[in-house]
Design a protein around this ligand. Structure first.
Ligand code: PLP
Length: 407
């Protein structure tokens, strides 16, 4: 713990920072314009050549689940056969919401009313939790360990309660911890016995599947294949999007599932829409060319993002390690650094930052119902601010962590 002398000094430092009148936003995992610029080529596409490879006029209605070349382009991101792909609109989160409500209204959870529970590895993604909360789905916390969710706990929960129908997973460079699930965790998820039987679904949100920050990326086992091999072919819905690849507001969302699940999704999607934005699909296909083009593009983005992650890690290390304050990971990819302070300090740290002009993701946001039982986790989102602003914000963060601990 820091001494009183430190506290007086810290207060002085804090007041000096406050007097600067900063206004910095690190609240959401958004790309900065430096990253968005790499995709500007999309803005001139597809031009007047608006026909897909099979001659379809992409300006018109039709092709519910995406043009074949878009399915082929994005299938390797999820490691699936293009026939199992469905291209959506501009948001994978919307596809997840639809997948859940579809199961509830017309699928295998029909008639379960308010009796659907989800396993939620924590810390996790606030918007996943918000979907559950808005639909009255009870959330059960399971710790997210270094190799993925605590599988002993998961297996126990799914085996004993048939109302546990779903589970959120961000299997690669998880939001916010950067964790990638180990092969063993993926296998256990695909094999585990569930009281809900065939109606149990894993929502495999692979939002950061190819978002590497190093030349030695993490590897992830293909859960659709594992589920198939384990005799649970319909257990998983996979999702991804180009939100953190091209433009978050004007990208493409995709999902993949077993033949049976994909057919179920397509059938019901057909009541919602006549088809997605095929010009945007065509635009992405022409911009990237092939999967190799996506890989090259991601390397460019990673080269811009890596120094931002390095800056955060360097400042945390320099300012907090000597005082033994906090724990964090050095992720190989993704969009976040997850900070765990001493219990009872996260809310205060975020409030101190806010008063000094630095907005962070709210404390508690990484837990269901906004309730971090130990009040210690804070999600740091380094991607949006320019490097100099990020450094300034991290200095504020570290002073705030120290002050919160003194108090
Ligand atoms: N899933 C995860 C894990 C995310 O972190 C995000 C955005 O931050 C999303 C989904 C949102 O994706 P989309 O823009 O495709 O709706």
């Amino acid at each position: 713990m820091l001494s009183n002398l430190d506290k007086a000094e810290l207060l002085q430092q804090y007041e000096q920072i406050k007097a600067k009148g900063l206004s910095l936003d690190m609240s959401r995992g958004k790309p900065g314009s430096d990253v968005l610029d790499f995709s500007n080529g999309l803005l001139d596409l597809p031009g007047r050549d608006y026909k897909s490879a099979n001659g379809f006029d992409c300006r018109n209605y039709g092709i519910l689940d995406g043009i074949p070349e878009a399915k082929a382009l994005f299938a390797p991101i999820l490691g699936v056969n293009p026939d199992n792909m469905i291209i959506g609109g501009n948001s994978s989160l919307q596809m997840m919401y639809d997948a859940i409500t579809r199961e509830m209204l017309v699928g295998s959870w029909k008639g379960k009313g308010g009796n659907v529970k989800f396993i939620c590895p924590v810390p996790g993604y606030d918007r996943h939790f918000a979907i559950c909360e808005s639909l009255g789905i009870e959330m059960l916390n399971v710790p997210l360990n270094e190799n993925g969710p605590d599988m002993d706990k998961v297996e126990e929960l799914v085996a004993k309660d048939e109302s546990v129908k779903g589970m959120w997973c961000i299997p690669m460079y998880s939001n916010p911890t950067g964790t990638t699930y180990s092969d063993e965790v993926v296998r256990r998820l695909s094999k585990m016995n569930t009281a809900a039987g065939e109606s149990f679904r894993i929502f495999w949100d692979n939002a950061y599947a190819i978002h590497h920050l190093t030349d030695t990326p993490d590897m992830l086992l293909n859960i659709l294949d594992e589920c198939h091999a384990a005799g649970n072919p319909d257990r998983v819905y996979m999702f991804a999007s180009t939100s953190k690849i091209t433009f978050p507001g004007a990208g493409l969302a995709v999902m993949a599932a077993s033949d049976k699940n994909a057919a179920f999704v397509r059938k019901n999607m057909g009541f919602q829409t006549i088809g997605g934005d095929k010009l945007n699909q065509l635009r992405h296909v022409r911009f990237f060319g092939d999967y190799n083009g996506i890989t090259k593009h991601m390397k460019q983005l990673g080269d811009v993002l890596k120094p931002k992650f390095d800056a955060v890690l360097e400042i945390l290390e320099r300012e907090l390690t000597p005082h033994g304050l906090g724990k964090w990971h050095n992720p190989n990819g993704g969009y976040f650094i997850s900070f765990d302070g001493n219990p009872g300090t996260a809310g205060r740290t975020v409030a101190l930052c806010k008063d000094a002009g630095v907005v962070l993701t709210g404390a508690g946001a990484t837990f269901p119902y906004g309730n971090d039982p130990e009040d210690r986790n804070i999600r740091i989102a380094p991607t949006f601010p320019p490097l100099d602003e990020l450094r300034a914000a991290m200095e504020v963060f570290c002073v705030s962590v120290k002050l919160a601990n003194c108090e």
